[in-house]
Design a protein around this ligand. Structure first.
Ligand code: 6R9
Length: 651
């Protein structure tokens, strides 16, 4: 349980003076957003440009069996035109994207809105030339290079639906996502440098194509200049197709509820789900949260260190900031290359005002001491943000004192791939913060704490349960791609009438929310979300494995580490070699982020008499908390637990 009775950090009067929202205005706007959502969002929806203005605002139903979510449904717009064209008149020469490559060699690029426009229009015409049109799917498998943003915006411009696959995913994971959406085109690069090493993405894409079941083309961006193989007819260089192509591609008029993108994310069961976000509500909400949560002002340089392969990169590197005409930094590398001062050097070089990263990065850098931070001038910083997992107070305090010198409000933003944008977050000029708490809801968000067992609403302060949301907000996911049943069953079945977040939560005496972590079988490893079921199914697909159970164990830097219990088929013996082979196998099936940290050989797994694996027990054993196993009376064979305890790793 987090310590909630801690000193609050009040926003400084100086900060409040220039902030978009102070405490009184937050109260007033929040109240309006809940009492009159149509009026509130009807007004704020105008922050983006519509081709045909909406006349309806909110039309949403959380009733299990008929869940249906529509916002601004009769309006039409183009998202790329909102992120580019509408800025050209007043800020065509302003930098839209500052791209910082992996090597710290001074070759950072400033891409103006005019240049962004030309790149995106050309890219859009190339895609059209490849036969991509409205509603077609395009998979983007790219490193953190500007072409990743161009590709997303090019899809948006022509009404194609993009599905970005994180470049750290394996060929198999890529293939299943390409197959799942029947994408016409896959976009990749020859290679992507990260931390001084080049990953050959093209090789991965080639391997994925062996498993792609339909006719698809591969569009390749030249980045690393590494040797690659080539399949004529299927593979095309982007720069060759762009040669001589017009930089004028009229934006497609899209309905507010047409899909903008699919993004796969892990859940507690089965394979990852394709989360679908649509055009209008998503852009209104991401641009609004970007402005208010970070107290973004014109002229600020804003940097989110996420990867575009995750939702944070979609909403807060590309769509939110660009819709606001911001200058957004895109960084190709890692926090510790060439050394642990890299983040802070970039902040200094580009005079970053808002800096947004993950607790795992903060903890890793905290471990390197204060030296690398103190070498750089961080006086440009105004607001610090965190996202992805609960932040422990030690890391929060270090971020506050050492990075922010005690003068930058910290916004701890809780949200999910499914929510599209920030849900619980301080507003820097309005909310007094407490280290470790995501504090209060954003406008229009109605959090409720439910009793996990009974589902009844826990009222008032000082309660703990699971977090649900009582009503819709504009950037809520609309469906699971191709499977609306699964959407309803995952999020609306367990607690009727609510969107269930699958996070545990407490509300303290001040009404502040504290996220206590996932209550389902989802792991959060270095801020990457992974289902235990996916890792288990990768393990059991190896011929030597009979059964596998995967749990998370607390890890100082990564938040959680991956702990696997594996029982072998008859005729296979445990060995160090086999352990390595299984680790490699999981890497191949899913990707390096899913590589098991611990593999414990388990002659048997603890099961109930009905055959369900008791993960609660496995979690306790892995975390060295076997004194507190709790009720074990339903175990079919209690003695298997003794064996697991005796042979546990992670001692
Ligand atoms: C944006 C993103 C979502 C899960 C979410 C929760 C955890 C995210 C958090 C946080 C505590 C925060 N999470 N932000 N937990 N405090 N500020 O991370 O999306 O990858 O879908 O993960 O991450 O458990 O349910 P996603």
């Amino acid at each position: 349980m987090p310590e909630t009775d801690v000193k609050k950090h009040e926003p400084s009067p100086d900060f409040v003076k220039h902030a978009h929202v102070d405490a009184a205005k937050y109260e007033e706007m929040y109240k309006a957003s809940i009492e009159d959502p149509d009026g509130f969002w009807g007004e704020h929806g105008k922050r983006i440009d519509w081709i045909k203005p909406y006349t309806k605002v909110k039309n949403t139903d959380f009733t299990y069996g008929q869940v249906d979510i529509k916002w601004f449904e009769d309006g039409t717009l183009n998202v790329a035109a909102n992120c580019i064209d509408r800025h050209l008149k007043d800020r065509g020469d302003q930098t839209a994207i500052i791209w910082v490559p992996d090597e710290d060699d001074g070759s950072d690029q400033h891409i103006s809105y005019n240049q962004l426009s030309s790149h995106v229009n050309k890219f859009a015409n190339v895609l059209k030339g490849m036969g991509v049109g409205r509603g077609d799917r395009v998979v983007i498998y790219l490193p953190m290079i500007p072409q990743a943003a161009y590709a997303m915006l090019a899809c948006a411009r022509i009404g194609a639906i993009h599905s970005v696959v994180f470049a750290g995913f394996s060929p198999d994971a890529l293939a299943s996502r390409v197959n799942g959406s029947e994408a016409k085109v896959v976009i990749t690069a020859d290679g992507g440098p990260r931390g001084g090493k080049v990953t050959s993405l093209k090789d991965n894409a080639d391997k994925a194509f062996e498993k792609i079941e339909h006719d698809a083309k591969l569009l390749v961006v030249k980045r690393a200049g590494n040797d690659i193989s080539w399949t004529d007819g299927r593979d095309h260089w982007l720069h060759e197709l762009e040669d001589g192509v017009s930089d004028d591609c009229p934006p497609e008029e899209m309905g507010a509820e047409d899909p903008l993108f699919i993004l796969y994310t892990s859940g507690s069961t089965g394979q990852p789900k394709g989360v679908v976000h649509t055009q209008g509500g998503y852009l209104v909400y991401t641009s609004m949260t970007h402005e208010y949560t970070f107290d973004y002002h014109d002229g600020d340089v804003y940097w989110c260190t996420a990867d575009v392969g995750w939702v944070t990169g979609h909403s807060y590197i590309v769509y939110g900031p660009l819709a606001n005409g911001a200058t957004t930094v895109m960084f190709e590398g890692v926090p510790t290359y060439p050394d642990a001062g890299r983040f802070w050097k970039i902040c200094q070089d580009h005079k970053v005002a808002q800096f947004y990263t993950a607790p795992t990065a903060i903890r890793a850098l905290m471990g390197k001491g204060n030296g690398p931070v103190e070498k750089y001038d961080l006086s440009s910083l105004k607001v610090l943000g965190t996202v992805g997992e609960p932040i422990n107070p030690e890391a929060w305090n270090w971020y506050d004192q050492v990075v922010g010198k005690g003068r930058c409000p910290i916004v701890d933003t809780w949200w999910q791939t499914e929510t599209g944008g920030h849900m619980l977050t301080p507003l820097p000029g309005a909310t007094a913060t407490k280290p470790g708490s995501a504090t209060q809801p954003f406008f229009g968000v109605q959090p409720v704490v439910l009793d996990a067992e009974s589902g009844s609403v826990l009222e008032g302060p000082g309660v703990e349960g699971v977090l649900a949301i009582a009503d819709s907000w504009p950037s809520q996911m609309r469906t699971v791609y191709g499977d609306h049943e699964r959407f309803m069953n995952t999020y609306f079945q367990q607690y009727k009438g609510y969107y269930f977040t699958e996070d545990g939560c407490m509300r303290d005496e001040d009404g502040y929310y504290w996220i206590t972590g996932r209550v389902d079988d989802v792991l959060n490893v270095s801020g990457h979300r992974m289902g235990t079921a996916e890792i288990e199914s990768a393990l059991v697909s190896h011929p030597a494995v009979n059964e596998a159970a995967v749990v998370g164990v607390p890890h100082e830097v990564k938040g959680q580490a991956i702990y696997c219990y594996v029982s072998l088929m008859d005729g296979h013996e445990p060995s160090e070699e086999l352990k390595k082979e299984l680790q490699t196998h999981v890497r191949t099936e899913i990707g390096p982020i899913a590589k098991p940290d611990f593999i414990q050989w388990a002659p048997g797994l603890p099961k109930t008499r009905s055959g369900k694996i008791m993960r609660r027990i496995l979690r306790k054993v892995a975390a060295n908390e076997h004194e507190q196993l709790g009720d074990t009376s339903t175990l079919a064979e209690p003695e298997v637990v003794d064996d697991l305890i005796a042979n546990r790793l992670n001692k």
